[in-house]
Design a protein around this ligand. Structure first.
Ligand code: ATR
Length: 271
């Protein structure tokens, strides 16, 4: 029997996850299918339960259901608990295990694929929503010199700073407070790129040789990446590598096999 997996979101038509998991399955000779499931905005639980009841073995969760998925699980990995969101569920007949592989995906893409060690680096995370919350603990685990969370609404950054300060040196501020401070790694975890916008980031934050990373991806460079390039970032990267890496961690959780990711990243770039 072919094992069934799916990604649940709304909207979902644009999701690259079926392509990625099909490539992983063919590479590792795993007998599985992977489909897109569009859940109504108020119907995540129903969609998930139905998939589970008809033999679904695992799901990925995307916008806007990651927080709901976390609350729904019977068991949480420590990183899903810290993120207060889940992007991967392991299903059996009666139980649901929730994990969050986004942070691991980001860290692997930065350190392994882009060759940029985070230890002792000055790291800036822009944004204090769900996307930021999911990656802060995995970033701190790499022992940066310090990590600053900057957000338009500074109160949300302070909330995250309080939550994550047991795990490393974390500061919180608004964008204006960044004037005159330089960073080695600047990560855009805001949703501004989605609407073609850019957070009010001072132009002098990019240290020579710094890495500017946008967790979003698209056919064209995002406004943040264009801005970074114009203002001295040494290297710019979008979130396509993170997308493939978080999928690889989910695949490993489901199938016990770690797929090769670089070939899949290259394949997606060439589409
Ligand atoms: P997600 O789950 O994608 O993180 P979210 O929880 O709605 O979504 O958070 C969106 C983040 O992007 C927030 O940090 C938001 O800043 P505010 O908390 O001040 O709203 C940030 N954001 C969105 N659009 C932005 C813009 N144009 N400029 C700056 N920050 C923006």
């Amino acid at each position: 029997m072919t094992d069934r997996y799916a990604v649940i979101g709304n909207p979902i038509a644009h999701s690259k996850s079926p392509l990625i998991h099909a490539a992983f399955a063919s590479q590792t000779a795993q007998d599985l299918s992977y489909e897109r499931l569009l859940a109504p905005l108020t119907g995540f639980a129903e969609t998930l339960k139905q998939f589970q009841a008809t033999g679904g073995r695992g799901v990925n969760i995307t916008v806007p259901f990651k927080e709901e998925a976390w609350q729904f699980a019977d068991e949480l990995t420590p990183r899903a608990r810290l993120a207060q969101a889940a992007n991967t569920l392991v299903l059996n007949d009666t139980r649901i295990l929730a994990d969050n592989t986004d942070g691991a995906g980001l860290v692997t893409d930065i350190q392994h694929n882009l060759g940029y060690a985070l230890a002792r680096r000055r790291v800036l995370v822009m944004g204090a929503g769900g996307a930021a919350r999911g990656v802060i603990a995995p970033l701190l685990a790499e022992h940066p010199a310090f990590l600053v969370i900057a957000n338009r609404t500074v109160g949300r950054a302070i909330t995250l700073q309080r939550q994550f300060s047991p795990y490393g040196i974390v500061e919180a501020c608004d964008y204006a407070a960044l004037h005159g401070v330089q960073f080695d790694c600047i990560i855009n975890a805001t949703s501004a790129s989605l609407s073609g916008e850019l957070a009010p980031l001072p132009s002098d934050v990019f240290a020579p040789g710094s890495l500017a990373y946008d967790m979003m991806y698209g056919a064209e460079p995002t406004p943040f990446l264009r801005y970074a390039q114009e203002h001295g970032a040494g290297h710019c990267a979008d979130g396509l590598g993170m997308l493939v890496e978080q999928a690889a961690v989910a695949f490993h959780l489901w199938r016990g096999i770690r797929p090769d990711t670089l070939s899949v990243i290259n394949q997606l770039r060439s589409i």
